[in-house]
Design a binder for this molecule. Structure first.
Ligand code: SAH
Ligand code: SF4
Length: 440
């Protein structure tokens, strides 16, 4: 979602004379878009700010000004603290106010060095005040839902992103149409709780939204993330069997294999429910594969609890996964639980779980050898004449292919498998199924 948000900040500023650059030394403004989900992510902000302070001073010595802005969830959670620890920061803004960036810049320029802070949850929706999205790749993100009302005991999202909010279905379809008219072939629908999506007027959930998007010309692929297991309703599961564009790959975080831990996490489902949901999904679409998120070392996690997680991971055979050591977050209930797991044990468990998860991923990748897979090329490779795209299962696939196939879904024979990526050759018949291109 931060990638989407950063892109939208770029869209806002493009109308005010700014262009994107990856060269911070030459930038008139630097925006750090931050994540607060784990302590490590939040800590990065202050080390990065140290680097940009030096840059700002050096540019000042050369007679140039540099605005430094901190956006995103660390800004939301620690707004005034950032101003105090890093007084050279010009603007601090939360994830719900970035449509106000032009006004904040104007205030910062007038303020003679006093920082400007905007971490409101404003009454207006930022989506109603953003310019049209200008896609830079044939695979685009589209935020349909934000915030969360579930309050898992480990998680900061309900506090930093606020209450659950779904965009109107008509607005989403309109944004998707614009993206596809500009050459986008794949859209990933985003939300902190994307399958809790509900259109305010019609009550339509994610299933009907996916069916509505399926009618759009040029849209070859649809994905959505991140889903909560309890919001996988029957209609959404059925959509997996009915909508070809919906890719056979679903991110469905389980966090733990132990019912006792899930209960303390306030996840509101049991492992049996999770397995049943997967069975239903597989019945709807038997080539569906899953990825997941895991937290190890949640307070009170016993050896037995952890073994249940290992067993679940091995048994389901996720083809990709993110796994994390539990990170206590200020203000969340789990941070105050008394039976915190020692850091060394967390590290040990993480390594053991990652062995199991990596083995499943490797096994799936190796099984792709010799298969023909549809690949959407969306970037140039490192080698001359090479393109990189994504398989239906999100594996990066490297292929020697003409530039003209960029932005197209093309059949590829897989000839090389690695831990995290695949290599292949254009299949003899590949002419591409989508004719559009996009200029980045
Ligand atoms: N809404 C999604 C998750 C969003 S947060 C869901 O309910 O599944 C993304 C992932 O970060 C989570 O799935 C979790 O695995 C991880 N995470 C969140 N808070 C964490 C914490 N305090 N410590 C470690 N990992 C955490
Ligand atoms: Fe956080 Fe996801 Fe739980 Fe919401 S459902 S509190 S975003 S982990």
């Amino acid at each position: 979602m931060n990638v989407y948000d950063s892109g939208r900040m770029g869209d806002v500023l493009a109308h005010h004379g700014y262009g994107l650059t990856i060269d911070a030394d030459g930038a008139d403004m630097v925006i750090l878009n931050t994540c607060h989900i784990r302590e490590k992510a939040a800590e990065k902000l202050y080390s990065e700010l140290g680097r940009f302070r030096i840059l700002k001073d050096a540019r000042k010595a050369a007679g140039k000004t540099t605005l430094i802005a901190v956006a995103g969830c660390v800004a939301q959670a620690e707004g005034a603290e950032i101003m105090r620890r890093a007084p050279f920061v010009d603007i601090v803004l939360g994830p719900q106010t970035y449509h106000r960036l032009p006004e904040l810049i104007a205030r910062a320029e007038r303020s003679a060095g006093d920082g400007v802070l905007d971490i409101e949850f404003p009454p207006e929706s930022k989506f109603d005040h953003l310019p049209d999205a200008a896609p830079t790749s044939s695979a685009a993100f589209l935020t349909i839902q934000e915030g969360c009302d579930k309050f898992c005991t480990f998680c900061v999202v309900p506090y930093t992103r606020g209450a659950e909010y779904s965009r109107p279905i008509a607005d989403i379809v309109a944004e998707a149409r614009l993206l596809c008219a500009a050459g986008v072939a794949e859209i990933t629908l985003l939300g902190q709780n994307v399958n809790a999506y509900r259109d305010g007027d019609t009550g339509a959930g994610l299933g009907p939204l996916i069916r509505a998007l399926d009618d759009i010309d040029g849209l070859a692929r649809l994905r959505y993330m991140t889903s909560h297991p309890i919001d996988m309703d029957d209609d959404l599961i059925a959509a997996h069997g009915e909508v070809d564009a919906l890719m056979p790959f679903l991110h469905l975080p389980v966090q733990s294999g132990s019912d006792a831990v899930l209960a303390r996490m306030n996840r509101r489902h049991r492992i049996d429910d999770y397995r049943r949901t997967i069975d239903q999904l597989m019945a709807a679409r038997n080539d569906l594969k899953l990825s997941s998120d895991f937290i190890v070392g949640f307070p009170g996690e016993s050896d037995k609890d952890f073994e249940a997680t290992l067993e679940l991971a091995a048994n389901i055979g996720f083809i990709q996964a993110y796994s994390f050591k539990y990170s206590p977050r200020p203000g969340t209930p789990a941070a105050a639980m008394v039976d915190q797991v020692p850091e060394a044990l967390k590290s040990e468990r993480l390594a053991a779980l990652q062995d199991v998860l990596n083995a499943s991923q490797r096994e799936f990748n190796e099984g792709c050898d010799g298969r023909v897979m549809a690949v959407l090329f969306d970037r140039a490779g490192r080698k001359d004449g090479q393109l990189v795209g994504r398989s239906p299962y999100m594996q990066p696939v490297h292929v020697m292919a003409p530039e003209s196939l960029m932005g197209q879904v093309t059949d590829v024979v897989i000839t090389e498998t690695n831990a995290n990526s695949l290599g292949g050759e254009l299949a003899a018949t590949s002419t591409g199924t989508s004719q559009r291109k996009i200029s980045a």
